[in-house]
Each structure stands twice: as C-alpha cells, then as structure tokens.
Design a protein around this ligand. Structure first.
Ligand code: TTP
Ligand code: MG
Length: 406
C-alpha cells in the first residue's frame, strides 16, 4: 500500500497556506512613530541633496506621485508641501529585527525577502491558529502591538498569490485568496502585476491585447512560449494562479539571488554594474544572516531582445576571507569579475541583471587558527556594510556607487 500512497502524494500536492507580510511605507512609518508631528503629512525619507533619491514615500506623499527611487528634486516638484526626512538607519534595523521576531512566532518556515518583507508557510497551522482570516489578523495585530507599525498581509495557496494579495489592499490590508478563487482574484489585475512582467514585457503584452492578467488565459501555453520564450510558459502558469515554489528559509536554501528588471534597456555598463553591486550586497547580507558560505556565484544578464546569458564562477570557500559566512568582497570579486569580462567581450544594453549565490554550506567547518590581517579587516568592513544594508533597506545606495535594484 505504501508505495501507492506516496505515488499519489507526488502527483497531487498537499494544499498549502502561505502568507506574505510587508510593512507599510516602512522607513516613513518609523519616522512618523519617532516624530508624531509628521503623522498625516506628505513625507519622503532620503538625503535632501541635489543627487538625493527617495527611499520611500508616506502614503500621503504617494497621492502626489512621490515614490521610491525617484530623485528628491522631482518629488519636491510634485508635492510642494513635501517634508524630506533624513535616513535613520539604526531605527529601521531595530524594527526589522523585531518584525522577524514576531514572524518567527507564527511559523518555523519564514523566508526573508528584504528588511520589511517575508513569506511564511502556515500549512497545517489552521487547527492551532484558526482560519486564514484570523491568522492574518493576528499577524497584523501582533506587529501593531509589538512595533506600533502597520503591515499588510496576503494569505493564499502559494507564494505568488500571497505576495500579490498583500499588495492588494495596502496599507494595513488583509487579503485572503481562497483555494478555487485564484483565477477570479487575478483576472482583473493589470498585467504588470505578474511576476517577471517588467515595463517592456507589459508593453508587448498590451500589443497582443493583454491588459489584465485574465486576458492571458485566451492564449495557449504554446502561443505564449512562441512569443516570450521560456518565460511564456511561466506567465501562463502564473495567470492560472499556479506556483509550486516552497517557502525556504535562507539557511535551508540551495541558492539565494536578487534580480532587477529595468524600465528601459540600460546602455551604461556603469549603471548596470552599480545595480549588480547592490544585489551582491543584499545576497551577502542574507548569506551572513543565515551563516552561510557560497561556493558558486552566478551573474544573469538579459538583453532587450530577451536573450539571456548566465556566467558562473567558483569561490574557493577554504581560502575565502571570512571563515563562517560569505564576505561581500569575495562575492563581488567573482560577480564583478564576471561582469567586467562580459562588458569587455560583448556589452549590449541590458534589460535585466541578476546575481545569485549557490553551492551553499554552513562554512563553519574550518577553524582558522591564524586569522590574518585581511580576514579581520574584511569582517569589519562587512559588519559595517551589513549595518548599512539593514539600515537602508533593499534598495539602498552603498559601497562606491552601488545603486537601485533588489
Ligand atoms: P518596500 O516594502 O518596497 O516599500 P515600503 O515599505 O516603503 O512601502 P509599501 O507600503 O509599498 O510596502 O521597501 C521597504 C523599505 O525599503 C522602504 O521603506 C525603504 C527601502 N527602500 C529603499 O530604500 N529604496 C527603494 O527603492 C525601495 C523600493 C525601498
Ligand atoms: Mg513595505
């Protein structure tokens, strides 16, 4: 009997219950908490200089069109009464830590995506915690009472739907996608909400008459594959509400990566390189958080015509600078080296850039009896850099020209 049961289990996956939690206007909300006089006002967080960029905008400022990654000067033009608040990294770091403490109470499977965002696998918790709507409310209430900040929560049978749902009623929203209502929930959403559909792809979709996610269902998987390559199959699956990826805490992950799709093709290698560096910092931050070392670094580049290339390099983990987890410098040496070699050989304007770390190990194997000067210095640099990433969040600009991305 047993083999029959396991065969069956392999074909019919157990229904899952996944939550996605995302803090509302995170940096701005912390600023309002620390200075209640800012409540209800249009504010942005960022450095108020000629080259300053908006880290985030309060929901009041968003009504004027202010948003993350926008030059402060533009934000001010859009909203004359705008208040620009300087960045207080330590505070965001503090609240991020407390957020993850709360999330850990709800599930042993928490996958951080950035400082204010995570997936939780809640499969099987309903008996203990109640129906999804109750769990969602509990999570929001716990965050509110512990941090005095609000979060939005989406709960759904998979990651894609949970993340889309948490975004659906921001701020302080709760959206549950019940099994069986997946396609109904997705149908009316703008096509740009589909994972992997950047501005360029959205344009191509619109040329095909696809404005909403539901419109995609009119096309067969084969047709979409013909037009969008392998991505086409992925779009078709998402549009049907299918996504079988598991919630994987970083310490159990096979790889950790970040990628960015640009609004327009980027013709400046320097600009792309800066985004890659930021992605490397984020990946390194997550590796160190999970106390992991990476054996392989991969850079992914997609051109305007959708052709995608990947380049990988091995890192000798026994000689890598830091003895317990990956150092940004080691990862960057590999990722930056791959990128620079590619720029020299065959640079073309870039539509997507991504950086990933794989062959992960706990890295605690070797006892370094004689840590040399470089090790100690490297660890100090990384500690400082981690503080910065944790402070400034996933899109921060650091380390000699790193910018954007995440
Ligand atoms: P987000 O969760 O993307 O944005 P948010 O929390 O400010 O707003 P929302 O309610 O839409 O979730 O990012 C979390 C924090 O990361 C944000 O508060 C500031 C920082 N960040 C940047 O510094 N630069 C960026 O470009 C983005 C997107 C975020
Ligand atoms: Mg957020």
């Amino acid at each position: 009997m047993a083999p029959v049961i396991s065969q069956y289990a392999a074909v019919v996956p157990t229904p899952r219950l996944i939550a996605h939690v995302d803090m509302d206007a995170f940096f701005a909300a912390v600023e309002v908490l620390d200075n209640p006089a800012l409540a209800g006002k249009p504010i942005v967080v960022g450095h108020d200089g000629p080259r300053g960029v908006v880290s985030t905008a309060s929901y009041e400022a968003r009504k004027f069109g202010c948003h993350s990654a926008q030059p402060i000067a533009v934000a001010k033009r859009l909203c004359p009464s705008l208040i620009v608040v300087p960045i207080h990294g330590e505070r965001y770091h503090h609240f991020s830590r407390r957020l993850f403490e709360v999330l850990d109470e709800f599930s042993p499977l928490v996958e951080p995506l950035s400082v204010d965002e995570a997936f939780l696998d809640l499969t099987g918790s309903e008996r203990l915690l109640g129906p999804p709507v109750e769990i969602g409310n509990r999570i929001r209430e716990r965050i509110k009472s512990e941090l005095r900040l609000t979060a939005s929560v989406g709960i759904a049978p998979n990651k894609f739907l949970a993340k889309t749902a948490s975004d659906f009623r921001k701020p302080h929203g709760l959206t549950i996608v019940e099994p069986g209502t997946e396609q109904q929930f997705l149908a009316g959403l703008a096509i740009g909400k589909l994972w992997g559909v950047g501005p360029r792809t959205a344009e191509r979709m619109r040329d095909l008459g696809v404005e909403r996610v539901g419109d995609l269902l009119k096309f067969s998987e084969a047709e979409l594959t013909k037009r969008f390559g392998r991505e086409g199959e992925h779009f078709a699956r998402l549009a049907r509400g299918e996504d079988f990826r598991a919630v994987t805490p970083d310490h159990a992950a096979k790889s950790i990566s970040h990628e960015t799709t640009f609004e327009t093709n980027i013709a400046s290698a320097e600009e792309v390189r800066a985004v890659l560096l930021r992605q490397t910092e984020l990946v390194a931050w997550r590796l160190r958080r999970a106390k992991l070392k990476a054996g392989t670094v991969t850079v992914k580049i997609r051109y305007g015509d959708f052709e995608t290339i990947t380049r990988s390099r091995q890192i000798d983990t026994s000689t890598a600078a830091s003895d317990h987890s990956s150092a940004t410098a080691d990862l960057w040496q590999a990722a930056g080296g791959l990128f620079d070699a590619w720029v020299r050989a065959s640079f073309k304007p870039v539509r997507l850039i991504g950086m990933g770390a794989s062959r992960l190990s706990t890295g605690a194997g070797q006892l370094n009896l004689f840590p040399d000067e470089r090790d100690a210095r490297q660890r100090r640099v990384d500690k400082a850099a981690d503080a910065v990433v944790e402070k400034f969040g996933k899109k921060s600009i650091r380390r000699g020209g790193s910018k954007g991305g995440g």
